[in-house]
Design a protein around this ligand. Structure first.
Ligand code: GUN
Length: 294
């Protein structure tokens, strides 16, 4: 068994980006790429995510800015802020951190972001382009998964990929990406969800098993084929007496028993999490370079 080390690969990608920022932009007197984030309310998880994005930007030499508002902000005011960011030529790309307070229509906000600045890849124009294999911003977690497979030279062509979970941000897009006619696509994909029957029978046929089901320790050793590649997208805080913080992080896969059977597996933490984070930087770089025409 070999680890798919997302932490290591993401560090490599960050140093590649940092070098490009220095040599191709700063040394030539150009601005660095600028990523902005809009943070509404006091949700601790959202605050942590946004702080992580700022740290990632600092590490590669990007400019980052955070626009913070109280949870009482009105939908119309938030639409005005999005409009301002859409029109600010200094900002290459931005995200509106989710979830938003209940009185705000999340979909309306997402659809108000200019597709060319939507580095989260959540706008329906980007989703539609992804479906049709047109250049676009890919959502960060699926992008991170395919980049990790690519860097480890794990071929997907002709493989049977089984995806557990059909969320809009992970399961559904990753199943589309891997089945598209493209490099790191061309797989035969089975997308499983809460109505799937005979789940174990299906997962046991997977050459590549991608687990994004949101239940800690859901995948056990008996569900996995020998020498399969297992990608664990889950992340759960589990109380423990073994660490100073009083918790540890676990995935959707029972790591110890599954690791014994497979050829490659992502750890949690240090697998898909850091790959997701670096994907946002890659999208911001694409936005800066205007690589995608809309
Ligand atoms: N909330 C949790 N993950 C994400 C993400 O990737 N983007 C945004 N905008 N909000 C999130």
């Amino acid at each position: 068994m070999q680890l798919l080390d997302g932490k290591l690969v993401s560090e490599q990608i960050k140093s590649e980006i940092a070098q490009e920022v220095k040599e191709e932009m700063l040394d030539k007197g150009l601005n660095a790429p600028h990523l902005a984030a809009v943070l509404v309310g006091e949700d601790p998880a959202s605050q942590t995510y946004v702080a992580g994005k700022e740290k990632d930007c600092r590490e590669v030499g990007f400019i980052s800015s955070v626009y913070k508002y109280p949870s009482t902000i009105s939908e119309s005011k938030l639409l005005e802020i999005v409009d301002f960011l859409n029109n600010d030529p200094e900002i290459d790309g931005f995200i509106v951190q989710l979830p938003l307070p209940r009185h705000i229509d999340e979909q309306k906000i997402i659809e108000s972001i200019l597709p060319s600045k939507d580095v989260d890849g959540f706008h329906p124009v980007n989703t539609g382009r992804m479906m049709k294999n047109i250049l676009c911003y890919l959502p960060a977690t699926p992008y991170g998964i395919i980049t990790l497979l690519e860097r480890y030279k794990i071929e997907t062509e002709g493989k049977h990929v089984v995806v557990l979970g059909r969320s809009n941000i992970v399961g559904t897009p990753v199943s589309v990406l891997l089945s598209r006619k493209s490099k790191f696509g061309n797989a035969t994909v089975t997308l499983c969800h809460s109505y799937t029957r005979n789940l174990k029978e299906i997962t046991s046929q997977a050459d590549i098993l991608i687990v994004a089901i949101g239940q800690q320790g859901f995948v056990t050793g008996d569900m996995v084929k020998k020498d399969a590649v297992v990608v664990d997208v889950g992340i759960h805080r589990v109380p423990t007496l073994d660490t100073k913080s009083g918790f540890c992080l676990k995935g959707d896969v029972k790591f110890e028993e599954v690791a014994k059977k497979c050829s490659f597996i992502t750890p949690v933490p240090g697998g898909i999490g850091p790959m997701t984070r670096v994907s946002l930087l890659l999208n911001t770089l694409k936005a800066y370079k205007k690589e995608i025409s809309y």
